[in-house]
Design a protein. Structure first.
Length: 119
């Protein structure tokens, strides 16, 4: 009988302590975000498309965020290059470059860690 009480007491302490710790963890863990201005792929600006005319916007931004250790891109802004002076951009999907007008790039990308997963 005495062993049963000791076991129940220890079990209660561990169970309540674990519950309190997990509730504290759930409240304190918020997805981490970071905004990058004028993101680069190597030494050149990151192209707005993953490959030439394919995967523009989200796919390219997500792939770039993953290289920085994040899960996904939360938001991004395009910088259109339609003027006379165009800076070369680099595609993240093919590592090719684009040097013509219309080779848009990102003004900024906000990367985000996903919520913690335990399963």
């Amino acid at each position: 009988m005495k062993h049963t009480r000791v076991f129940l007491t220890l079990f209660s302490i561990l169970a309540l302590g674990g519950l309190a710790a997990s509730e504290g963890l759930a409240k304190s863990v918020e997805p981490k975000e970071e905004t990058y201005q004028a993101p680069k792929q190597g030494k050149q600006r990151l192209a707005y498309c993953y490959e030439p005319d394919k995967g523009c916007g989200k796919k390219a931004a997500d792939a770039w965020c993953k290289t920085k250790g994040y899960k996904t891109a939360k938001e991004w802004k395009v910088l259109e290059q339609n003027g006379r002076k165009v800076k070369a951009t680099r595609y993240i999907g093919s590592e090719g470059t684009c040097r013509a007008r219309g080779c848009h790039t990102f003004e900024s990308i906000t990367c985000r860690m996903g919520p913690p997963t335990f399963f």
